[in-house]
Design a protein around this ligand. Structure first.
Ligand SMILES: Cc1ncc(COP(=O)(O)O)c(C=O)c1O
Ligand SMILES: [Zn+2]
Length: 414
């Protein structure tokens, strides 16, 4: 059963058939999937969703595929964890972590978008998939593409974290490391996408790929007992994830699955790459591209494709944007680990540190029910913690040496 009727330009509203195209021929605006919500309303209810397997495909009518899911069959439905220790530490009432560091095959929210993009690539009969990536997407396309039998071209900035490079190359895609930052890689990939008939998941398949991010929003609502929270904090690179979390909440409202939509959306960036939060703070809609310089490499997109739409989503919802320093990011990674036992990558550090800043500024209420989107696993960026972790007690293999160390441990009171 088909629920997508076509693609529509976000700027001029012109409609296009369902094809691997992403930009309007008339005004160069981005294209977006259009759904028949009347038909979806008849097919989808809370009860039908609840009966389905616990994966992102339980919301399949709201995803832009025509047939049955073919890729990423175990992706999604990650835990929503009540963060009681962290809430106590921060002096807030009701705090949750949407924990995308775990359960997903490649340990980041990119398993969501890639499940949808590669299913669509199969429907379009592509034999080759490709992407421009800041790391997590490279990992997800390499892995899911291998399982689904695609030829794979993965383009990354050459300076990516070693763990992320290993996490992609182990699946033996064609890994191309480009001398340049993500924005250079993306520009090159747009040229390549014009020349070769490949499914570039975040370029010509982008209108389909991006919809996969809505599933974080759907899951948050379902896991809160079909309620939308007061606030959600989302990390931003291209701004697509944030835009789609907001779209998910609006779709649930449209379908009558939630009655009230009171959620404010907050965007999180690293100060070393914060074109969207800068525009928010300046009160302008013009996003000025920057040259990224931050430890949060997964968020290092200086010219964000969906920055404008992320900004509109934040403003429409009544939320705000903030950005945080590299030290704040690292401190937040450690705080989340020692309070909640969750090891997040740098993007997770950005989200938590931004939340702390927004609390201090009074932008988020301490009485709010807040959800933090922690989107990737810390083992993939562990090198940022070298020399920045707690002390390791190195001893000889005898009791005396241990007790010597124990004296120091007790002095620290840990
Ligand atoms: C872990 C992680 N979180 C968040 C994002 C932000 O995604 P978006 O480009 O949709 O804003 C990325 C992007 O690569 C990421 O890798
Ligand atoms: Zn247009």
């Amino acid at each position: 059963m088909k629920y997508v009727t076509g693609l529509r330009c976000r700027e001029c509203g012109r409609e296009y058939p369902v094809e691997p195209v992403y930009v309007c021929e008339f005004c160069f605006g981005p294209l977006e999937a259009v759904y028949d919500y009347t038909k979806i309303k008849k097919a989808l209810s809370k009860r039908t969703i609840e009966k389905r397997p616990k994966t992102l495909w339980r919301y399949k009518e709201l995803l832009p595929i025509d047939g049955e899911p073919q890729v990423g069959l175990s992706s999604g439905f990650t835990p929503l964890v009540r963060a009681e220790n962290l809430a106590k530490y921060l002096g807030v009432k009701e705090l949750y972590i949407k924990d995308d560091t775990t359960l997903h095959p490649t340990l980041s929210f990119k398993d969501r978008v890639v499940a949808v993009a590669l299913t669509k690539a199969k429907e379009f009969s592509f034999d080759t998939v490709a992407c421009a990536s800041t790391g997590n997407l490279a990992h997800a396309v390499s892995a899911h593409g291998a399982k689904a039998g695609f030829k794979r071209f993965i383009f990354i900035p050459a300076t990516l974290e070693h763990s992320k490079i290993i996490a992609s190359i182990v699946y033996e895609p064609n890994l191309v490391a480009v001398d340049g930052n993500y924005d250079d890689v993306n520009r090159l990939c747009s040229e390549i996408a014009n020349k070769y008939r490949w499914a570039f998941v975040n370029i010509n398949i982008r209108p389909f790929y991006a919809e996969g991010s809505k599933t974080i929003g759907f899951e948050i609502v379902e896991q809160l007992g079909w309620q939308s929270p007061d606030s959600i904090v989302v990390p931003c690179a291209s701004g697509s994830l944030l835009t789609k979390v907001w779209k998910a909440l609006k779709e649930f409202k449209e379908l009558g699955i939630i009655k009230n939509l009171k959620t404010k959306i907050y965007g999180a960036q690293a100060t070393g790459c914060c074109p969207i939060s800068t525009a928010f703070k300046l009160g302008t809609d013009v996003i000025r591209p920057v040259k990224p310089n931050t430890v949060a490499k997964s968020l290092a997109i200086g010219n964000p494709a969906d920055g404008y739409y992320a900004l509109q989503a934040v403003k429409e919802s009544g939320g705000a944007m903030e950005d945080v320093s590299d030290d704040e990011i690292i401190d937040a990674i450690k705080l989340l680990a020692k309070t909640e036992g969750i090891f997040a990558e740098t993007a997770g550090g950005v989200t938590l540190a931004t939340y702390i800043k927004l609390l201090k500024e009074g932008n988020i209420d301490r009485k709010d029910c807040t959800v933090l989107c922690i989107t990737g696993n810390g083992l993939k960026t562990s090198e940022v913690l070298y020399e920045r972790t707690a002390e390791i007690y190195h001893i000889k293999p005898n009791l005396a040496s241990f007790e010597e160390a124990l004296k120091r441990i007790n002095q620290k009171g840990r």
